[in-house]
Each structure stands twice: as structure tokens, then as C-alpha cells.
Design a protein around this ligand. Sequence first.
Ligand code: XBP
Length: 259
Amino acid sequence: MRLAAVLFDVDGTLIESEEIHRQAFNAAFQEFGVSWHWDRALYKELLAIGGGAERLRHYVARAEPDLQTRADFSNFIDGLHKAKNFAYAELLATKSVALRPGVERLVQTCLEEGLRLAITTSTTRENVETIFRHVAGGRIKDAFEVIGDGDRVRAKKPSPDIYVWTLNELGLSPQACLAFEDTPRGVQASVKAGIAAVATVTSYTIDEAFPGAVAVLSDMGEHERPFRVISGHAHGRHYVDIDLLRLWHRGAHPQLLVT
Ligand code: XBP
């Protein structure tokens, strides 16, 4: 079975956006008059929870559990998350955020080689649209045949649900795909769905273990800016190209008659 599609996570994979999410959460806390402040160390811990609203609920449960008894607790969390996403869009509009190294090149190459592309993310559709609206190179949005965003499924990564939903939309088996992720929970989600995953780490996840990942890289690399292999095999390559995708895919599914 040949490699037919490449699935890209968004936050941390297409762009280094988690630091902007963190700043947006803190802006929303100020707007709502709550005394919370998520510093980098705390946010790194909270990144284990997929989904911004789920992350807020998790934080309240451990930091101020009594708040959960508020009659309007759900509205409070939803309002906070909405305010955070508004702040996120404002931050993205004012910062010149670029796609991560190698992303635009790899997306174009995949298209030229006839590989299908999809997005699989825990973030909201609204935030996906915001990213493509403001990021340099946002024109690559049209390359993605399916956008599997956090609004499509109830359970966020590490649940495999968004990968299963996206495979269904593509009409492909997991063995025909390869995924790129930036967090251990993202790799877990992909692997649970039966899809081989490559991790490109961020400043939040560079020291994490990525059990199940085919390879862990600093980023996708460029010809003049090679990636760093943190673990796994890159078959002597220095940046992710179609040949390397196919080598990873073949290595992940040696049992398949890969022609
Ligand atoms: C990243 C997430 C998201 C973002 C915050 O998803 O887990 O929750 O951190 O965005 P992925 P929202 O790594 O799958 O792209 O507040 O919109 O969830």
C-alpha cells in the first residue's frame, strides 16, 4: 500500500502558536478579572490537555475547584475561551508569524507528487481560519482537502477521534497515511488511530519523550537549513522530502506490500 496522504497538526506543527495561545489565555484572564496567570512552566504542563476549553476546565479543577459549583460555570468557561480566542486573533494579526521551517515547501512538494493533504487539530475551526488569514504563506490553506478541527469531535487529542474522523472524510485506511505532530499527546492520538507519526518539537516539547513516533526532529528542515534528528531515523536526509516520507511510511508498515 503506497503512502496516499499526509496529515498535519496545526498548533506547534504548522506554526509555533502555543506561546501566542498562552499570551491570549492570560489576556482573557485579565479581561475577566481573574487573578490567574499561566507562565511558560505551567502552560507546558497544561499542554498535556488538548483543547483550550478542556484545558481551562482542567486548570480550574486543580487550582480553584469550588468554582465548578457556580451555576453559570459552563458559560463562564465558554466566555473565557471566546475572549481568549479573540485575543489570540488580535495577537496573530499584530505579530508576523510564519509557517515553521519546511512546512510550505513540503506541502507544495506533496501536492506536486499527488499526495492528499489534511489537517488534524484540537483547536477550533475559527482558530484554524485565523491562522491561515494572518500567517505568512497562509495560501497553503487551499492545499488541505480536509480540515479536521476540534469542533468536529467531542474528545480532543490524545483521543484518536479527530484522526478517525479525518480518515473517514478522506476515505483512506490509516496505513496509507503519515502524520506530523508536535506534542506527545498528538503522536499518541495518531498512533492510536493506526497512523505513523513524525514529531517536530517546539520550545514547549523539545525535552519530551515521544513514544510511538517514527522519528523526532527539530523541524521539517530546509535544504540550506537542515533539521536536527532528536530520535529515530532520518535515513541520512537533512530535510523532509517525499523520499523521506516514503521511507518512513515503508518502515512503519513493512508488512504491507509497498509498491
Ligand atoms: C492544540 C491544542 C489547542 C490549542 C489552543 O491543538 O490543544 O487546544 O492549544 O487552541 P493541536 P484552542 O496541537 O491538536 O493543534 O483554545 O482553540 O483549543
